[in-house]
Design a protein around this ligand. Structure first.
Ligand SMILES: O=C(O)[C@H]1O[C@H](OP(=O)(O)OP(=O)(O)OC[C@H]2O[C@@H](n3ccc(=O)[nH]c3=O)[C@H](O)[C@@H]2O)[C@H](O)[C@@H](O)[C@@H]1O
Length: 445
């Protein structure tokens, strides 16, 4: 018996139908997934655009977006374009005959802010540059920047290691002077983050000098060295001719390196360079990492403070110098700075090379400083007298300022009690606690 082939017509139809359905479904699936993919891509792109728009430069470097929207002089995104260039040019243009055009690095810092304001006030053009790093609370730097903005001073958010940015600024503005105050400050922090000192105080300084030496015209440069370069020197008061080859901290070593580097750039390229050795500068808008500042905070919060004594139990002292005196010294140094002699990276003749102490010439013990704060704040400090940790600190500083006095009439006029009163008044007002500390307010009326 020959069996007939099975009737497959039904199954074939069914299979064809099923395969058709599968194809339709897979096409639908494909379409749906590509739609989904498209939407997800769109969403990711939107998120990325938003992120970069709000955070360029990154938040840590540019917390500024919070307040900058409408203010021409406080909107300082590092960037380019006609508007940005106009802001740069406008800020740097002097408003007095023969006025300077000064690039102030570290403009949102303590000394940088005060100097920028003083220069602007007398009609010089000032352009600020600051990287707004988080060594201490950047919100204080932003507040300083806003203060500068109110006085038509524009601060570019950028780093002194960014040669491209520096070159661009020098292309836009023929700066007559640079007041170079950007640095990694703080003596004791150098043990925690040594490379940040090398990065800012050595590499950053060299980057700036490289750009300055090639600029046409070359600017005259005044920059911040430090009293700490005297290190283990025991001759007092400290004079510029004393030995500075025994730094006690890496911070001091990088500032000393800066002085040697300044010599080299002066020698090879004819750059006019003036180093200022600041002695423990304090005052309103000061640095929260400094003892007088955090002592104030801790005393007001009832927290204990460590007051150092030397290994052999002697009191530690500093030649605390009030900010207004330092500003006068910086301006005096700028006013007496001679022009650089080189151009296009070539020396054309010998140029000025100077170093000056800027101190108060009246050392005060840290213990006495705490006593003044106690009476200003009307709070007894919880003092722990402890041996100074071996972390780069020196026991004593005292400036001889006769050179600065001779060359630009530098004469400090503010004693520690007067200066601290001004600081405490600012501090309590800035942090909104003035009413709690009535004595400070009363004493300044
Ligand atoms: O003169 C300078 O060139 C230097 O002055 C300060 O350095 P410093 O004098 O050590 O200032 P603070 O850190 O405010 O210390 C002031 C004094 O308080 C003492 N101190 C500090 C911290 C502390 O907890 N207790 C304490 O007794 C220190 O030993 C020092 O004698 C600045 O922080 C440096 O950036 C600057 O370069």
């Amino acid at each position: 018996m020959v069996s007939s082939p099975p009737d497959t017509s039904k199954t074939t139809k069914l299979e064809r139908y099923n395969s058709y359905i599968r194809r339709v479904n897979s096409t639908k699936l494909l379409q749906a997934s590509s739609k989904l993919l498209f939407r997800v891509t769109l969403l990711v792109a939107l998120v990325l655009i938003l992120f970069f728009t709000l955070n360029y430069p990154p938040i840590s470097e540019n917390p500024h977006h919070i307040h900058s929207k409408n203010n021409l002089f406080s909107s300082a995104f590092y960037g380019s374009g006609a508007v940005w260039e106009k802001q740069v040019r406008h800020s740097a243009t002097p408003h007095r005959p023969n006025g300077f055009s000064v690039l102030v690095t570290g403009a949102a810092g303590f000394v940088g802010t005060h100097c920028s304001l003083a220069l602007k006030k007398r009609g010089d053009g000032v352009l600020g540059l600051d990287n707004f790093n988080s060594y201490y609370d950047p919100s204080l730097k932003i507040a300083r920047e806003m203060l500068l903005g109110k006085h038509q001073i524009f601060v570019v958010h950028g780093d002194i290691n960014d040669a491209e940015l520096l070159n661009k600024l020098f292309d836009i503005v023929p700066f007559s002077h640079v007041l170079h105050l950007a640095a990694q400050a703080g003596v004791r922090y150098a043990m925690q983050n040594p490379l940040s000192y090398v990065n800012s105080n050595v590499a950053g300084f060299v980057t700036l000098l490289e750009v300055a030496k090639s600029a046409d015209p070359q600017p005259a440069i005044v920059w911040a060295s430090s009293s700490s370069v005297y290190g283990l020197n025991t001759q007092v008061p400290f004079s510029e001719g004393h030995r500075t080859d025994q730094p006690a901290s890496l911070y001091a070593a990088t500032k000393k390196a800066g002085e040697e580097i300044a010599h080299t750039y002066n020698h090879i390229y004819g750059l006019s360079l003036t180093g200022l050795r600041f002695f423990t500068v304090y005052g309103p808008w000061g640095r929260p990492d400094m003892a007088y500042f955090f002592f104030t905070k801790d005393i007001l919060q009832g927290k204990p403070i460590n007051v150092y004594v030397t290994q052999d139990g002697k009191e530690v002292a500093r030649d605390f110098t009030y900010i207004d005196d330092i500003v006068k010294g910086c301006v005096g140094a700028l006013d007496t700075a001679e022009k650089s002699t080189g151009s296009g990276g070539k020396k054309r003749g010998p140029a000025q090379l100077r170093v000056y102490n800027l101190g108060n010439t009246a050392p005060v013990t840290v213990n006495k400083l705490v006593g003044i704060l106690e009476s200003l704040l009307n709070v007894k400090a919880k003092k722990h007298m402890i041996k100074m940790p071996r972390n780069g600190d020196v026991p004593y500083t005292h400036a001889n300022v006769s050179l600065a006095c001779r060359d630009f009439g530098y004469k400090p006029t503010t004693d520690l009690a007067t200066g601290l009163r001004k600081f405490a008044k600012w501090y309590t007002s800035y942090y909104g606690i003035a009413s709690r500390v009535k004595k400070v307010i009363r004493s300044d009326d």
